[in-house]
Design a binder for this molecule. Structure first.
Ligand code: SF4
Length: 485
C-alpha cells in the first residue's frame, strides 16, 4: 500500500439527508448526481464507497458514521443538492475527524458557496457545477489552483477558480449501480407497496427550450446546458443492465428529438428489454403517432407533462411555446393511447387573478389529464422572469425564490392551492387513477394489483396527506437527478 501511486486510500461519497418524511416521494429516487461523480472516481482511490444515509440504518447514526470514517476514509465527498436540513448537515460534517479532506458539491452547494464556507468551517473544498471531471482531478492530486470549477480555502481566505466548461455527455460514464449499498423501490405516496425495484436514467442533459420560469437546463452557475443526448446504444446498454422493473427517464424532455426517441424504442423492442418506463415529455409528443405507438410497445407507461397554465396570457409570459388550444388538441390525441398522463401546473403567476388560478383544476379535468401536481411560481437565481417579478409593482421574491404579491401573500396562495387540490383530487378521481393504471395502462401485474388493493385505503390516506403537504415532484426531479449540474 505504501507504494500505491494513488493519493487517497478510501473515498466516501455521501448523500447526507436522513430524516425523510414517511410519505416522502424523495426517498424513492437514487442520488443519481452523486452516483455519477462516485462512478467517475472509481480507480482513482484505492476504495470508493457510496452511502445514501436515507437508506442506512446503523450508519445514519453520526457516531457510527464517524467510526466508519475513522476506519480508513481519507476523503469525504458530500452531495448538498437541497436547500434544507443544512444545519444538520453542517453539524454532521463538523464531526468528520481532522485529517480527512472534506469536499462538498451539488446544486445547493454551488448556489451557496460563500454561505457554506462561512457556516461550515470543516468544508475544505466546494465543487461547483458538474462534478465528474473535477473530482477526478482532486483525487489524482492536481494542485487545487489548477482545477476548474473549484472553490477552496487558502490561508484563511476562500479562492474561487474559473468555471469549468460543460463536458460532452458521452465522455461521462453512467452510474455504476454496483456501488450502491441499497436497492430503490417504487413508492406510491411514500409507501413501498409492491416490492418493485425502481431506477432512474439520464439519457440526455439539458433542454432545447427556453421556458422563462424554468432553470432546469441551467446549472446553479447559470450555465445553460444545451440539449446534449447520449448515444442511443449507451442508453439502451444502461437500461439492459438494470435490475429495476420500473425506470424513470429523468431527462427534462425525453422526446426532445422524436427521431432519437423512436430509435431508442426500436432498440428496446428489438432487444426485448421489458421494463415499465416513466418519462418527462412536452406536449409536442402528440404530433408523432408512430412514436407514440412504439412507445406503448416499448413499455412507456407514464408521461409527466408540463402544461403549466390554462391561460394563453400566462403561457406567453412563460414563453412556453404553446397555447391552451394546443393543449386541448394534444390531449385529444394523447388520450387515444394507453398511457397515464400526469400534468404539472403553476399558479400564483405574475398578474394572475384568483379566478384564473382556480380554473386550473377545471381545465385539468376538461383536457383529461389523469393526475396533477400544482406548484407556486418560483423565481430561481437565474430565472429570466426575475426582472419582470422585481419590476412589477406589488410583487416580491424571497431569498429562497418564492414569489408573492401584496394581493396574494403566502397565506392566500396556500388557501388557493388547497382549494385547487381538493377540487381535483376527489374520491372518484383516486378510483379513476387506479382504474386507468390497472385496466388501461396495465402498469401493474395481477399479483401487484392484489397487493395494491390491500394497501388502497392506506394509499388514499397518504395521497390526501401528501397533497395537503404540497408535493413538489418537478423540483425533486431536478435536484435529485441533476444534482451535479
Ligand atoms: S419547462 Fe421543460 S421544456 Fe421548458 S425549458 Fe424547462 S425543461 Fe425545457
Amino acid at each position: 500500500m505504501e507504494n500505491s501511486p494513488l493519493k487517497y486510500k478510501h473515498a466516501l461519497f455521501l448523500n447526507p439527508y436522513v430524516d425523510c418524511n414517511a410519505n416522502s416521494t424523495m426517498k424513492l429516487f437514487p442520488p443519481v448526481g452523486l452516483e455519477y461523480v462516485a462512478t467517475a472516481a472509481k480507480g482513482l482511490a484505492e476504495k470508493v464507497t457510496l452511502l445514501d444515509l436515507r437508506h442506512e440504518e446503523e450508519l445514519s447514526r453520526p457516531d457510527k458514521l464517524m467510526d466508519f470514517i475513522r476506519s480508513g476514509v481519507d476523503i469525504v465527498c458530500v452531495a448538498i443538492g437541497w436547500d434544507r436540513q443544512l444545519k444538520e448537515i453542517y453539524a454532521l460534517i463538523s464531526l468528520i475527524p481532522a485529517g480527512v479532506r472534506v469536499v462538498v458539491g451539488g446544486y445547493t452547494a454551488t448556489e451557496k458557496v460563500e454561505e457554506l464556507f462561512r457556516d461550515c468551517p470543516r468544508i475544505d473544498i466546494i465543487v461547483r457545477g458538474e462534478g465528474e471531471e473535477t473530482i477526478k482531478e482532486i483525487l489524482i492530486g492536481m494542485p487545487l489552483e489548477n482545477i476548474l470549477g473549484l472553490s477552496y480555502r487558502k490561508n484563511g481566505a476562500v479562492v474561487h477558480n474559473a468555471n469549468r466548461p460543460l463536458p460532452g455527455v458521452d465522455a461521462i460514464a453512467f452510474p455504476d449501480r454496483a456501488l450502491r449499498h441499497n436497492k430503490y423501490y417504487l413508492m406510491l405516496n411514500g409507501i413501498d407497496v409492491m416490492n418493485l425495484k425502481f431506477d432512474a436514467v439520464l439519457s440526455a442533459r439539458g433542454c432545447p427550450h427556453n421556458c422563462k420560469f424554468c432553470t432546469f437546463s441551467l446549472n446553479p452557475l447559470g450555465q445553460k446546458r444545451n440539449y446534449a443526448p447520449r448515444s442511443n446504444q449507451s442508453v439502451v446498454d444502461e437500461l439492459e443492465g438494470l435490475e429495476a422493473k420500473v425506470v424513470l427517464f429523468s431527462d427534462d424532455n425525453f422526446f426532445a428529438n422524436p427521431g432519437r426517441a423512436e430509435e431508442i424504442c426500436d432498440l428496446l423492442i428489438a432487444r426485448k428489454i421489458k421494463k415499465r418506463f416513466i418519462a418527462q415529455a412536452r406536449l409536442e409528443v402528440a404530433r408523432y403517432p408512430r412514436l407514440l405507438e412504439k412507445m406503448v410497445k416499448a413499455g412507456f407507461k407514464v408521461l409527466l407533462i408540463g402544461i403549466e397554465s390554462p391561460h394563453d396570457r400566462i403561457l406567453a409570459q412563460m414563453n412556453k411555446g404553446f397555447t391552451s388550444a394546443t393543449v386541448r388538441q394534444a390531449f385529444s390525441v394523447l388520450k387515444k393511447y394507453p398511457i397515464y398522463y400526469h400534468g404539472y401546473f403553476i399558479y400564483g403567476n405574475i398578474g394572475e387573478t384568483e379566478e384564473e388560478m382556480l380554473y386550473i383544476s377545471q381545465f385539468a379535468k376538461e383536457i383529461g389529464v389523469d393526475s396533477i401536481t400544482l406548484n407556486k411560481l418560483r423565481i430561481e437565481k437565474f430565472s429570466p422572469l426575475k426582472a419582470l417579478a422585481e419590476n412589477t409593482p406589488g410583487y416580491h421574491v424571497t431569498e429562497s425564490g418564492a414569489l408573492y404579491s401584496d394581493e396574494f401573500p403566502h397565506s392566500r396562495l396556500k388557501k388557493i392551492g388547497r382549494k385547487l387540490r381538493f377540487s381535483f383530487y376527489t374520491p372518484s378521481r383516486f378510483m379513476k387513477m387506479l382504474g386507468k393504471n390497472i385496466f388501461v395502462v396495465r402498469f401493474f401485474t395481477v399479483r401487484e394489483v392484489a397487493q395494491l388493493i390491500i394497501m388502497f385505503p392506506r394509499l388514499i390516506a397518504s395521497a390526501i396527506n401528501r397533497e395537503i403537504q404540497r408535493g413538489r415532484l418537478a423540483d425533486s426531479l431536478k435536484r435529485t437527478f441533476v444534482s451535479n449540474t
